[in-house]
Write a protein that binds this ligand. Structure first.
Ligand SMILES: CC(C)(COP(=O)(O)OP(=O)(O)OC[C@H]1O[C@@H](n2cnc3c(N)ncnc32)[C@H](O)[C@@H]1OP(=O)(O)O)[C@@H](O)C(=O)NCCC(=O)NCCS
Length: 156
């Protein structure tokens, strides 16, 4: 598996993965995904095998915050490539980019019923920080997780 940063010509493939991974109301619109991957204050990592994209992850960071922090917008692996360590490696890569950009911590929302993603975060140094009711839709809550980035090697 090759890990590299996003290039504009990857967009159609990553949006196809978005459509495989999420149904509305969880799915990003094309316009929103394009906006976050093109932001100067974000990093999008791609996992690719034989010119086919298997997964991607996007983190962004606040440029003007007093205590800079990063936010994981998404991490997605195509169904046929799951459970091979790709999600874990994409997570590690977006954390490293966020740390290099000066972020002291990284946080995210995750659907309270997304047990696989919750397990990924809980086993990789993220602690539960809160819950937002109706975040995705009526009666669909998000959990908030955060990880300090000061010592990535401790939880790698
Ligand atoms: C969540 C997701 C990104 C994980 O990707 P992945 O490449 O399969 O993950 P990995 O193989 O790196 O697994 C890392 C860890 O995550 C957890 N995990 C991932 N899939 C799991 C599953 N099906 N059952 C239980 N634990 C799981 C495990 O702790 C696993 O570690 P282990 O294999 O050592 O037990 C993937 O399932 C996915 O794309 N889901 C749909 C999109 C999504 O929900 N993204 C999260 C948005 S917040």
């Amino acid at each position: 598996m090759l890990y590299r940063l996003f290039k504009p010509e990857d967009f159609a493939q990553i949006y196809a993965i978005e459509e495989l991974c999420f149904q509305p109301p969880f799915r990003f619109s094309r316009g929103y995904l394009r906006q976050i991957v093109q932001s100067a204050a974000s990093a999008t990592w791609i996992a690719e095998q034989d010119d086919v994209i298997a997964g991607f992850a996007v983190a962004e960071w606040a440029q003007s915050a007093d205590v800079p922090e990063a936010y994981i917008q998404t991490i997605e692996v195509a169904p046929e490539h799951r459970r091979q360590g790709i999600g874990k490696e994409l997570l590690r890569r977006v954390e490293s980019s966020a740390q290099a950009a000066g972020a002291g911590s990284i946080w995210l929302h995750v659907d309270s019923e997304n047990t696989h993603a919750i397990r990924l975060y809980e086993t990789h140094g993220y602690h539960h920080e809160g819950r937002e009711e109706h975040y995705y839709a009526r009666r669909r809550a998000a959990l908030i997780y955060r990880k300090p980035l000061r010592d990535l090697t401790a939880t790698a």
